[in-house]
Every structure is written in C-alpha cells, then in structure tokens.
Design a binder for this molecule. Structure first.
Ligand code: EPU
Length: 341
C-alpha cells in the first residue's frame, strides 16, 4: 500500500472542488482496505472512503485524515446474480446488464459514480432504486475487524438512506455488491417522464430502449455529467426531496393559490414534494448565478461550480436556499451530497 500525502481532492470529485487530503491511498484489493483501516487507526486519524466522487462536497481546507480510494474491479456473474466490485463504474455495469437483457437497473442508466456508493445512499431514479435488486453487500466491518455480508434487510433501505449513511455511518467499507436481476424481464416504465417518452409507442420498449431514453432525459436535464458541457461540474441533485404530512402539503397548496403543486404519495401516508419546485417558488430558478457558484440552466436542483467556485461559495448559496425555503414553506431542505472536511 502506497500512502501519498497532501493530494488535492478536487480532481476526484464531479464538483471539481476541494482542498487536499492529508493522506491518500488506493485500494485495488481487499487486503489494501484492511491495511488502510490499520493505518488510520495507528495514526488516530479519520478515514473517508472515496468512490466515484459524484456525490461529495469537499471543504476548501481539504480532509485532515486518510482518504481511501476504492478501485476494486471485477464483475462475476452467476446466473441472474451479478457480484460487482465496489470500484466498478456504475453506468458501465448498467450497460453490461442491459446488453445481456437483464432487467432491474435499466432506469438507473447514466448515473455517475461507482458501484460501492449505490447501497450507501440507495441510489434511485426514474422509478427504480437499487434496494429492489441488491441481494447482499460485502463490506469490511471496522468494528469487528473482518469482512461481513449484509443481506438486503440488514441494510435498512429507505429513500436515499441505508444503515451505511445513518446508524452505522463510518462502520462499514463496501467492497462488493450483489445484484439479483431478472433475465428477459420487462422494463420499468412507471416514472412520469418515461411514460411520456413512450406514450405514442404501440409496442413495449426493450430494456435497451428504456435505458437509452433515461440517458436522453438525464442529458436534457443536465443530470448526465458530460465533461466539457455547460453546467457539468455538479453533484447532481443538491437537496433531497422533502417528505411532508398531507396537512402541510394542503397548506402549501393554499399558500400558492391552489397552483398545481407537485407531490407524490410515499411511505406512511406522507407526501414527497420536489425540492426543485420549492427552489423555483422561492426565486432560485435554473441559471441562477451566485458568484462562481450557481444553479444549472437545465435543472433547478443541481447546484453547480460555474468556474472555479470554492466549497465556501457553494455553501453560501446552499444556506441562502435553505433559509428562503424554510422561511416561505416551513421545510428544512437537507443536502444530498456528503460533506468531506
Ligand atoms: N422541477 C422544477 N424545476 C426543475 C426541475 C424539476 O420545478 O428545474 C419540478 C417539477 O415539478 C418536476 C419535479 O420537480 O415535475 C420533479 O423533477 P424530476 O423529475 O427532474 O425529479 P427530481 O425530483 O428533481 C429526483 C432525483 C434524481 C432523479 C430524478 C428522476 C432526488 C433528490 N433526486 O429528482 O436523482 O434522477 O428524481 O427519478 O430524489 C440525484 O439524486 O442526484 C438525482 C439526479
């Protein structure tokens, strides 16, 4: 294991923001994960696991501990079971599954980042979440100092949530994820945008056609991060969609003069309301400029690094948005990206 020092983190993030890591190691094998944990312990320093860097905001001061960059590779297929190493690129795995006509992840095409991050925040989009297909997660348990296998139920998945980012945050380092996919299964066409896309079709689209449609829709919304394109430096959705009570939702309907308030029924009779809509209602529209930070011109939920923004500038914009939405609607937005620093 080669330990590097003072490594700038900005190039490892899709935001392109962040100061240096005090220490930085790459793990190509599980042994290196164990060594990194030992190193962090011996130096009494915090350890942060870096995957694809697509859902992170790194502080301008950087990270005072050890960054462990997960680069484990390999996909092992056993029938409908795909065991994928954490460092594999998520979107490449989706392409592999779809090209072999396995259903279950076709709507999750075009999402940046690596496989290891998918169970952590229960990645979801366009009508699918990885919690529906994950069979098991292999991880190093830093408390018990050994590798463990967690079944789907052990992961306690919810909207953008799992034990890995809630009660057991920092305890496990994901090294492999097993997905149980459906051979020759039907594609999921349940999300509004996808239904609209295929509304004139007289035949059922194939898995490949659905994943291509998702990519196209994501591209249109600036959620397909294409290097060099405008607004490409972001972490996707910057806020989670808040979940509120039906009474609170009614109050917002009245407050906005009965406008067509978007809302989707969710767990426990609550309503999920798009954060993007709340931003627009408080004056934070697509293309909003805040110094070198701003909002994507294609989707109001993506905060962007327009041109050399600092983490501080993104945070300043975040705070203005959170305060405005809270003041107008009594909803406290929660950021989606993980803060490092
Ligand atoms: N909307 C606006 N302005 C916009 C965009 C959207 O007002 O610029 C409103 C509209 O009412 C629209 C609604 O928000 O109908 C929902 O928009 P969209 O379908 O784009 O979805 P989203 O709720 O903004 C979520 C996920 C995305 C995921 C899409 C599709 C979260 C925080 N975000 O976005 O995930 O791709 O649904 O399933 O749940 C991500 O997590 O980084 C991400 C991109």
């Amino acid at each position: 294991m080669r330990v590097l020092e003072n490594v700038p983190l900005a190039p490892y993030t899709t935001f392109g923001i962040g100061g240096p890591a005090r220490w930085f190691v790459e793990a190509h094998h599980e042994d290196e994960v164990v060594e990194a944990v030992r190193f962090a312990r011996e130096h009494a320093t915090p350890l942060f696991v870096l995957g694809g860097g697509s859902n992170l905001l790194v502080s301008d001061e950087g990270f005072p501990g050890l960054i462990l960059h997960i680069l484990l590779k390999g996909i092992e297929q056993n029938g409908r079971n795909f065991s994928v190493a954490a460092g594999e690129e998520w979107d490449a795995f989706v392409t592999t599954a779809v090209s072999q006509n396995y259903a279950g992840v076709e709507c999750l095409a075009g999402i940046p980042g690596s496989v290891g991050g998918t169970p952590v925040q229960n990645v979801g989009a366009y009508g699918q979440e990885v919690s529906s297909t994950i069979r098991c997660v292999r991880a190093f348990d830093c408390e018990q100092n050994r590798f463990v296998a967690l079944g789907r139920d052990d992961c306690h998945f919810g909207y953008r949530r799992s034990i890995f980012n809630t009660q057991a945050r920092g305890r496990y380092i994901v090294t492999r994820v097993e997905y149980d996919l459906i051979p020759d299964g039907y594609p999921t066409v349940s999300y509004k945008d996808l239904k609209q896309y295929f509304e004139d079709w007289t035949t059922m689209p194939s898995l490949g056609q659905v994943s291509a449609a998702v990519r196209e829709i994501r591209h249109r919304k600036g959620m397909l991060l294409v290097a060099g394109e405008p607004d490409a430096k972001s972490a996707g959705s910057f806020f989670k969609n808040p979940i509120i009570t039906p009474d609170h939702f009614e109050q917002i309907v009245v407050q906005t003069g009965g406008a067509n308030v978007p809302g989707y029924p969710t767990e426990g009779g609550q309503i999920k309301i798009p954060a993007a809509w709340l931003l627009e209602q408080t004056g934070f529209h697509k293309g909003h400029v805040h110094g070198r930070a701003g909002i994507s011109s294609r989707h109001s939920l993506a905060l962007i690094n327009r041109n050399g923004a600092s983490a501080g500038e993104i945070i300043a914009l975040r705070d203005r948005i959170v305060a405005a939405v809270e003041q107008k609607f009594g909803i406290r937005l929660e950021p989606e990206p993980v803060w490092v620093g």
